[in-house]
Design a protein around this ligand. Sequence first.
Ligand code: NAD
Length: 487
Amino acid sequence: MTEQRILEGKLLIDGDWRAGGSGAELEARDPGNGDLIGTLARATTGDVDDAVAAAERARAEWAGLAANDRANYLSAAASALDDDADDWAKLMTTEMGKPFAEAKVECLRAGKILRFFAGEAHRPVGEHYSSDIAQTWLFTRREPVGVVGIITPWNFPAAIPAWKLAPALIFGNTVVAKLAEDAGLTGLRIARALVDAGLPPGVLNVVLGSGSEIGPHITEHPGIHALSFTGSTEVGHSILVSAAKGAKRVQLEMGGHNPVIVRSDADLDAAVAAVALGAFASAGQKCTATRRVYVHSSRYEDFVERLVEAAESTKVGHGLDEGTKMGPLVNEAQLQKVLDSLERTAKEGTVRTGGSRLTEGELARGNYIGPTVVTDLPHDAELACEEVFGPAVAVWPVANDDAAIDLANGTRYGLSAAIFTRDLNAARTFIDQIKAGIVHVNSQTAGADVHVPFGGTASSAYGPHEQGRSAMEFYTQEKTVYLDPSA
Ligand code: NAD
């Protein structure tokens, strides 16, 4: 039995680690070689009810603590997670495939997130106004929303749970978190660190299992007052409909289809490196991955040639193997979905490199696809419009900035976008006109500092942005106070 198998897999309800009500489990398999690495308890709707009841019982006392006392739990958990980063990153790599170096950066980032939100204990939580009524103090203050439901995806299994749990807890809410099927073991480490730090029972409850089985029970539960979801646009929109029935506060971070524009004055080395990283890191399984590139015609052939070289020199393998730059897709269903899409793509455009499953030697045991570069696609092709969650990027030549920005804005998404240029005026026009929540000038589409707002627009997001000080907007409600101390 592996270490992970011993440590993993239970639900956290009211401070107890327990099996699901039905005793059923999900298997956790290493996507790089198919090995069984553990099991996850599969929650029933009854388990969800227990979790919500525990969160409700814990709510008043938790909200009544000084924010600094709540912060102490986050800081202690952050230190424990930092100390555990190597082991935690190995677990992430074996559970969902991300190469170890990337996984470790994410694990350390989770600690940074907890620390940033611990710092919220000492930042302003309201505003003071002058009143039209003499002698009156008029101010706003931020109060907890109540019991918050958190639903997370598998692709950032440490960072995304952290950036939802930490603000929920610091602002005095209690939580029922549903972690993704494909990365529950990794996310549970955060819960364990908080429990080990002495978090009172019921403040954080974690359920695991199939989203389609228990998800709607969470999103429609009358005991949950707010829902923060990250995942696909389709599931996000269905959650919006079900949450509307209970008039719940909702925050959705969903899919992306992120464009890069490469102008004629761009530093081509920098642009190629950023596109390769944006498209192939995490095997393209990032909401902020680079999917489309619009290159000025004068640099197009040169750019494509260099990008193909970069793709072909990307070392693909198991994420724990030395030198691996790109790992497997998360599971067989996802592998098949991406392969099917690339097969359709090959009929519409030119696959310059990649486009198929890698099966040489040990790779045959895992879910590997070669880094893929496609050209000559119609702008309405599937790969040009829809989020294909794998290591594939499409490139087109463009005549000028207007055409590039029009095309870049041509999908239903609006998460991240980048431009490569040395011309500040062109960069400013891009920033003004691009449909995106996050904009990069001369850097890759992926990446997010923990202390600034993160989120998209259009079909990529709904509700207030996450992270940074923006998180307060979702995880608190505002009260306006008129106080006449002279009466
Ligand atoms: P997903 O939508 O399939 O699942 C996300 C979570 O929702 C999982 O925990 C799942 O169990 C749960 N779920 C599924 N059906 C549900 C339902 N009916 N009700 C309630 N919960 C349900 O997404 P995924 O495959 O885990 O993640 C990949 C997607 O996430 C991609 O589209 C990616 O772009 C997106 N994503 C977005 C961001 C962002 O910040 N914008 C970040 C990471 C990932």
